[in-house]
Design a protein around this ligand. Structure first.
Ligand code: G3P
Ligand code: MG
Length: 233
């Protein structure tokens, strides 16, 4: 079972901060998931477009200055990191799922990925770019065919995982409440990995294991690692 630390180890550290990502690595998560917004053309790691949701600031990402964002506290004295900071900080120590939240951000994201590929130990195989915005994912794929795509869905489509095949995705990321055996089987027949969000309870972790999914997003990577031991290569 692949363990993605959802927004980092967000049960024990402020979500989407360097501290949460460090805790995820300590918990032996296989990868971190993070959300990206854009402020003044700079990709930043933040779930909500409204700053008051996760910081001591106020305002919308489209209306604030990057300098202001940098001055904010995202919890425990942590700042809102840039995507580039996080990629460089992780430096190849785990996989990174970059979830695109901002509109039309694909070229900016790719520039940061390319910077990290050139200047750190991050490799292309470490990166998985996902979004609920499939049109943006399709544009990203045209810009960067070598980077893996994760197709997110918050529902159970009539044609099961067909949309992910259409996108040329590497994986499909499904909501816990809608995943079922038919979907998992269809996705696997298409050669797709299946990752499910957000799985925090041990019972649900076991249930996902029974369903045969490839991985989970969890705020509790330590709990998941206790259940699913590291498989030695
Ligand atoms: O990427 C999986 C999950 O993070 C999607 O939902 O709202 O937590 O970003 P959300
Ligand atoms: Mg997310």
């Amino acid at each position: 079972m692949f363990i993605w630390a959802h927004r980092g180890a967000s049960s024990i550290a402020p979500e989407n901060t360097i501290k949460a990502f460090e805790q995820a690595i300590q918990a032996q998560a296989d990868g971190i998931e993070l959300d990206v917004q854009v402020v003044e053309n700079i990709p930043v790691v933040l779930h909500d477009a409204w700053l008051q949701q996760t910081t001591n600031g106020i305002g919308h990402v489209t209306q604030v200055a990057f300098g202001y964002l940098q001055s904010l506290d995202a919890g425990d004295g942590q700042s809102v990191p840039t995507l580039r900071d996080v990629l460089m900080h992780i430096n190849g120590r785990c996989k990174i799922n970059i979830e695109l939240k901002a509109a039309d951000c694909e070229a900016l994201i790719l520039a940061d990925i390319e910077y990290a590929l050139e200047h750190s130990a991050v490799t292309a195989d470490d990166i998985l770019v996902s979004s609920f915005n499939h049109r943006m994912l399709a544009r990203f794929a045209k810009l960067a065919p070598a980077i893996r795509l994760g197709a997110l869905t918050a529902n159970l489509p009539l044609s099961l995982a067909e949309f992910a095949t259409e996108l040329g995705a590497w994986s499909v990321h499904c909501a816990r409440d809608f995943i079922d055996q038919d979907f998992v089987q269809d996705a696997h027949q298409r050669g797709l990995k299946v990752f499910v969000y957000t799985i925090n309870h041990a019972e649900d972790m076991e249930k996902m294991h029974q369903l045969g999914v490839d991985g989970i997003f969890t705020d509790y990577p330590t709990r998941a690692r206790q259940l699913f031991s590291v498989v030695e290569p």
